[in-house]
Design a protein. Structure first.
Length: 220
């Protein structure tokens, strides 16, 4: 059985949608194969995912699970694919897969099934909206950042079981509501702003990329 979910990968300060496909087939012993140009942290997700599924009392049958992250020529980095991979693997093991064509899912998993925050949620929310996704499932800690983007419903989850029950319709999670005035008033303010700089677009772009990646700058 093949199950598909949508997620997103970061490319600098931007994001690009990624299809998470899982094909389950019988075998004598369990094996997880991840393809689609994953980095080391993505390849290691199989161990986190298997542990999280077991700790969440969800069913995962024996056999080979092939996980394809498409497009295959886009490098996938970071642990944000843990949650969609886990959900797709459980769905592929069952007889009643869910439909989540309108949904984008991101999140890192702990071994106990807890969903941990990730980086780049704002860019991911923008990409999900561009792709026409109406729902975005994110770690609870990332919900305020994702909810800045209007036109898409943000659903915070604390653990894998909660995300599974929500997609199956067994659990109702209200969309996260952001108090924009309180949120933006709580942010730090500075005496200078990019809006005061005229021109210098390439310089401002370099600063944005450096800040997004946590890089240093060298003045020449």
């Amino acid at each position: 059985m093949i199950t598909r979910l949508f997620s997103a990968a970061l490319r600098g300060i931007d994001a690009q949608e990624v299809e998470v496909e899982v094909n389950a087939r019988g075998a004598d012993k369990p094996l997880v194969i991840i393809v689609g140009l994953p980095d080391a942290s993505v390849r290691e997700s199989s161990q986190r995912v298997i542990s999280a599924i077991g700790a969440s009392a969800l069913f995962l049958d024996d056999g080979i699970k092939t996980v394809n992250l498409a497009p295959a020529d886009l490098k996938k980095e970071g642990p944000s694919f843990d949650l969609p991979i886990a959900l797709a693997m459980v769905a592929a093991s069952g007889t009643e897969p869910f439909s989540a064509e309108d949904c984008c899912v991101v999140g890192e998993l702990g071994l106990d099934g807890a969903v941990r925050p990730i980086k780049g949620v704002l860019s991911i929310a923008l990409e999900a909206k561009r792709q026409g996704r109406r729902r975005l499932i994110v770690p609870e800690a990332n919900a305020p950042e994702a909810a800045i983007i209007e036109g898409i419903q943000v659903f915070p989850v604390r653990n894998l079981k909660q995300a599974w029950d929500f997609l199956h319709g067994d659990l109702i999670i209200p969309p996260f509501h952001l108090d924009r005035r309180a949120f933006f008033n709580s942010q730090r303010t500075y005496d200078v702003d990019f809006n005061e700089v005229r021109g210098q677009h390439h310089v401002k772009r370099a600063l944005e990329v450096a800040a997004a990646g946590g890089h240093n700058l060298i003045k020449l």
